[in-house]
Design a binder for this molecule. Structure first.
Ligand code: NAP
Length: 674
């Protein structure tokens, strides 16, 4: 252990808490002292002020792309120095495999958000939400929803079980949004979080004030929160309730994101009898969720719900697998599973199991009192409970034993299975093991509103499934009711938790200037040189190419029909076209218009535009008749990055006829040299 006393990082300084108010942190392996920690004497109001006055402005000067690059750098530096973190990880009782989820999973989350930020967000400071809303006859007054970074501090309060990932899955979207963070890890594993913060601070990638750390209590910090701050909490429902009821949080309408505990369920489908692949997959998943990270995952399966007729077989199969699990010192490679975060937490789990037993469940595998692992350690062997009447033993849906504990229970029919799954009153993750699409449809339609993430697993996808218990940076993590009623991650969705949505009303020109993205009706800068000859960095938003015009003849239409085989009546049959409610006669193919448009705007030689990678939002607005002419206005709408070496330009393509009526419009995406 490198640090005898953990330090706070406040106002860009490492600061020790007052020595009179330090708390010891015990190793989960043998109970020995790992470090002391405390935040006594820290100026919490000063930390908030520093975040708001130094960190926030520095981050908001950067674009989404600039911030995405920083986040990538942070992910890479954590990977480069991961062995320092793995050493500390063992002290939490976690094996190397368990630590991988926390440490490399955390770094991977940074990399994923960086990639999303570069690809899906623009080289700009504001995020647009949805399309422009026309609000006036001539189009001079329009509406556009925008997201802007909140101007306070994001206070992240994390649970003990994922000291690295828990911090980084919040930090990535926060920084990408342009908000500074104050991180407060759970005390019992704060040494691992502190080490990860040190690595990030040492890298000097972050602007001053962007990241601060509290190792200990939060003192009077909540008294100084305002409506521009965000509290993002992960932990128990009890602590969440206490914090979100804080008078200042209520008075100032402080945004409060809560990721709480939940009684996650896994359901064996009615078709998944013993001997089917789904039966075996269900058993394997329940065992894995009970034992990975010693069951200390907020998403772990606490309730395994199976058809009544299969319950004995389920009990026997799970018990057999659990018997083969070895628990003990995580540094010993013979032990496939580690222990719990600390001794006091193991005692909590034992207490919760006792409550489940008192409510009518019985232990069918494992011994609650058995001592495993080294003397003084916090290890606990898995406990499988069975509740034969899950409606009577209602505690099985309410009491979370946050360790290697799960309860099996029967259901009568699918409606009963749905009701039992939903009886948890809101969960983070649910899995259903079935090969019957009709059962999956009925189940998911009945249960979806109660669960944040759902997996339907069977023989076709199990080998590639990311697993019941794995939150992913690109999917939302969170759930209704008991789970906290919030969401995190989910790609760009997660970034928006740290931004304010506002409706903006003005001229298209004003909105384009404010948002740094072109929109129809905004001014264009007509170029003399062809834009395909420019690198992405040399192109400005609104740069436009006006092409020559081209008349489309009946011969063109017939040639195109013969060449492509598209002989649709509207192009080839004058009488039928006239008789239609839409056309006055034969019209040009939409694809012909697009092809001629490309012929008008494309610059042929190799250069900074490498490839056409797609069209989006295509609309045909006015039919084009033989003898009509088309011309194109090609305008740079926005710019983003695919990788360090490849840019993506989104062009607004507007095709007009000789009367200046818009014939078609779409977004063209090209891959460019940045
Ligand atoms: P906890 O006891 O509720 O603590 C969570 C965090 O709140 C810790 O950082 C704790 O700090 C802090 N805290 C406690 N009282 C506070 C107060 N008065 N003011 C400010 N901060 C306070 O939960 P835990 O034991 O660490 O974690 C286990 C629980 O978290 C389980 O119930 C699990 O299901 C849940 N969890 C949920 C998710 C999710 O994503 N939904 C993820 C992981 C865990 P101290 O340690 O310093 O007290």
């Amino acid at each position: 252990m490198k640090t005898a006393q953990l330090l706070n990082y406040a106002r860009d300084q490492w600061i020790a808490g007052e020595s009179a108010a330090l708390s010891p942190i015990a190793s989960a392996i043998d109970g020995s002292l790992v470090a002391t920690t405390g935040s006594g004497g820290i100026d919490f109001a000063g930390m908030l002020d520093h975040a708001r006055s130094v960190g926030g402005p520095a981050l908001r000067k950067l674009t989404f792309h600039d911030r995405a690059r920083i986040i990538k750098g942070l992910g890479l530096i954590i990977l480069a120095r991961k062995e320092e973190l793995y050493e500390l990880n063992y002290l939490t009782g976690a094996t190397r495999k368990d630590g991988w989820i926390d440490i490399e999973g955390g770094a991977g989350t940074l990399l994923s958000f960086s990639s999303k930020g570069r690809r899906e967000l623009h080289h700009a400071h504001l995020l647009l939400d949805g399309a422009v809303e026309p609000l006036s006859k001539t189009g001079s007054f329009v509406g556009q929803h925008i997201y802007s970074p909140m101007m306070g501090a994001a206070v992240h309060i994390n649970a003990f079980n994922f000291p690295v990932w828990g911090m980084l899955e919040k930090l990535a979207p926060t920084l990408l949004a342009g908000m500074p963070a104050i991180v407060k890890p759970a005390s019992s594993t704060a040494y691992l979080c502190e080490a990860a913060v040190r690595i990030m601070i040492d890298s000097k990638l972050l602007p001053d004030g962007a990241l601060q750390l509290i190792v200990g209590g939060v003192g009077d910090l909540f008294d100084h929160l305002t409506g521009q701050d965000v509290v993002s909490f992960t932990g128990s429902a009890t602590t969440a309730l206490k914090l979100k009821s804080h008078a200042v949080v209520q008075r100032e309408s402080v945004r409060f994101v809560a990721e709480q505990d939940s009684l996650n369920a896994s359901i064996l489908g009615p078709d998944a009898a013993p001997g089917t692949p789904e039966f075996d997959l269900f058993v394997a998943e329940v065992v894995s969720e009970m034992t990975v990270k010693a069951g200390q995952k907020c998403t772990a399966i606490r309730r395994a719900i199976a058809p009544a007729a299969f319950l004995d077989a389920i009990e026997a199969a799970i018990a057999q697998k659990l018997a083969a699990t070895t628990v003990g010192d995580p540094r010993d490679s013979a032990n496939r599973r580690g222990g719990r975060g600390a001794g006091a937490q193991r005692d909590d789990v034992r207490g919760q199991v006792a409550r489940l037993v008192a409510a009518g469940a019985r232990i069918v595998s494992g011994n609650l009192e058995a001592s495993v692992g080294p003397e003084g350690g916090a290890f606990m062997a898995p406990i499988l409970l069975r509740a034969d009447d899950p409606w009577a033993a209602s505690a099985v849906h309410d009491v979370e034993a946050f360790g290697p504990v799960s309860t099996i229970m029967p259901y009568r029919d699918l409606a009963d299975a749905i009701a039992l799954a939903n009886r948890g009153m809101g969960s983070l993750a649910l899995s259903l093991f079935t090969y019957r699409p009709d059962a999956a449809r009925e189940f998911i339609q009945g249960a979806a509103a109660f669960h944040g993430r759902m997996l339907v697993i069977n023989r076709d996808n199990a080998a590639e499934s990311t697993g019941h218990g794995s939150p992913l940076p690109v999917l939302v993590h969170g759930g209704p009711g008991r789970a906290g009623g919030s969401e995190e991650m989910g790609g760009v969705r997660g970034v928006k938790h740290y931004m304010q949505r506002s409706a903006l009303q003005s001229t298209p020109a004003m909105i384009a200037a404010i948002s740094q993205q072109y929109m129809p009706g905004a001014p264009k800068h007509v170029l003399t040189a062809h834009p395909f000859r420019k690198r992405m960095s040399e192109l400005a938003i609104g740069d436009t190419l006006n092409t020559a015009s081209r008349t489309v003849s009946i011969a063109d239409i017939e040639h195109f029909a013969a060449f492509t085989g598209d002989n649709f009546y509207a192009h080839m049959d004058e009488e039928a076209a006239k008789a239609s409610p839409i056309f006055e006669g034969r019209v040009a193919h939409g694809y012909l218009i697009l092809s001629f448009a490309a012929g008008l705007f494309v610059d042929p030689d190799p250069g900074p535009v490498l490839a056409n990678t797609g069209l989006e939002n295509l609309k045909f607005l006015t039919p084009l008749y033989p003898g009509d002419a088309i011309r194109v206005e090609l305008t740079v709408r926005s710019k983003s990055l695919k990788s360090e070496d490849t840019g993506v330009v989104r062009w607004a393509v507007e095709i007009f006829n000789q009367k200046d009526e818009m014939v078609a419009t779409y977004d063209l995406l090209t891959e460019n040299t940045p």
